[in-house]
Write a protein that binds this ligand. Structure first.
Ligand SMILES: Cc1cc2nc3c(=O)[nH]c(=O)nc-3n(C[C@H](O)[C@H](O)[C@H](O)COP(=O)(O)OP(=O)(O)OC[C@H]3O[C@@H](n4cnc5c(N)ncnc54)[C@H](O)[C@@H]3O)c2cc1C
Ligand code: FES
Length: 260
C-alpha cells in the first residue's frame, strides 16, 4: 500500500462523467508497462474492495488514469482534487507485448485508456500504431487528441454516425487488416466488441491481444473472483482452464480466450 498526492483531477467529457486523474508516483512509473492495472481504495459509500483501473499513461514521475463514474467508488474518486491523497497498489498484471511493427489499437468506450500507453510504447519501439476507436456518439468522444500524439492515424466510428464511420469499429478494422495483412491487433472495450475483434483478427491470420475485464476482489491473485475461461495446449492435448485476469492478465493472446 502506498499513499500518493493527486496533482490534477479534471472532467474530460461533458456528456458522461469521465475524469482524468494525475498523481505523482515515481515508484509506479519506474516499473509500469503498457496495459497494466492499479488498484485504488475508494471511500464514501463504496465497500472496502479496491477498484481496478488501467494505467492510461505515465508522464515523467506522474501516473495518469481515466475513469468513468459507475458507482459509489468512482463517484468518490471523482470528488477528489489536487492536493488530496490516493491509496494505490500496483502496477499489477501482464500488459500488452511491445511490438515494433504495425499495430491496430482497437478501443471501445472506457476501454480506450490502456491503449494510450500501448500506443506510446509501440511508437517508442519504432512501430506504427494506428488507433481505431468506437464511441456511441460524437458527444462521448474523449482522449482522441492524446491518441493523435502517439499514433500514425486515428480512425473513429460512432454507432449513430455523428462522427467518422457510421457503425461499429469492426468495419474499419476489417478494411485496415485487408490493407495491412501483417498488422497485429490490440483490443480493449465491451466484451462483445472484443470477441468480434478477436474473431475477425484470428480468421484473417492476424495476431491479436485482448485486455479482459472481470469484476475483481483481492486484485492480487488470491480470491479467484476475476477468472475467465481460457484454453491451453499441453502434453495431454487441448483443455480448458480458469485463469485470473488480475495477475495472469488482463492482457491475453486472443487465441487463448474462450468467449461464451
Ligand atoms: C482490468 C480492469 C481495468 C479497468 N480499467 C478501467 C479504466 O481504465 N477506467 C474505468 O473507468 N474503469 C475501468 N475498469 C472498471 C472499473 O474497475 C469499475 O467501473 C469500478 O470498479 C466501478 O466501481 P464503483 O464503486 O464506482 O462501482 P460499483 O458500485 O462497484 O459498480 C457500479 C456498476 O459498475 C459495474 N461494474 C463494476 N466493476 C465492473 C467491471 N470490472 N466490469 C464491468 N462492470 C463493472 C457494476 O456491475 C455496477 O453496475 C476496469 C476494470 C478492470 C477489471
Ligand atoms: S481479483 Fe482476486 S484473484 Fe483476481
Amino acid at each position: 500500500m502506498a499513499i500518493y498526492t493527486i496533482e490534477k483531477n479534471e472532467r474530460i467529457c461533458e456528456a458522461a462523467e469521465i475524469y482524468r486523474l494525475t498523481f505523482k508516483a515515481p515508484d509506479i512509473t519506474a516499473k509500469a508497462s503498457a496495459g497494466q492495472i492499479i488498484h485504488i481504495v475508494c471511500g464514501g459509500d463504496a465497500n472496502s474492495l479496491r477498484r481496478p483501473i488501467s494505467i492510461c499513461e505515465c508522464d515523467g514521475d506522474s501516473v495518469i488514469i481515466c475513469f468513468e463514474v459507475r458507482g459509489a467508488g468512482t463517484r468518490e474518486l471523482a470528488a477528489r482534487g489536487a492536493g488530496d491523497t490516493i491509496d494505490v497498489i500496483g502496477p499489477y498484471g501482464k500488459g500488452f507485448p511491445i511490438l515494433s511493427g504495425k499495430v491496430a489499437l482497437v478501443g471501445g468506450g472506457i476501454g480506450i485508456y490502456p491503449l494510450i500507453s500501448a500506443a506510446k510504447a509501440v511508437k517508442a519501439a519504432g512501430g506504427e500504431p494506428v488507433a481505431l476507436l468506437g464511441f456511441r456518439n460524437k458527444e462521448l468522444m474523449n482522449m482522441t487528441d492524446t491518441f493523435d500524439n502517439y499514433c500514425d492515424k486515428v480512425m473513429i466510428a460512432t454507432d449513430d454516425g455523428s462522427y467518422g464511420h457510421h457503425g461499429f469499429v469492426t468495419a474499419i478494422l476489417e478494411q485496415y487488416l485487408d490493407e495491412n495483412p501483417d498488422a497485429s491487433v490490440f483490443v480493449c472495450g465491451p466484451r462483445g466488441m472484443m470477441a468480434a475483434v478477436s474473431k475477425i483478427s484470428l480468421e484473417k491470420g492476424n495476431e491479436c491481444y485482448v485486455s479482459m475485464e472481470e469484476r475483481m476482489g483481492c486484485g492480487v491473485g488470491a480470491c479467484l473472483a476475476c477468472v475467465c475461461k481460457t484454453q491451453f495446449v499441453g502434453n495431454e492435448g487441448k483443455g480448458e482452464k480458469y485463469t485470473r485476469v488480475c495477475v495472469d492478465g488482463p492482457v491475453f493472446n486472443a487465441k487463448e480466450v474462450i468467449w461464451e
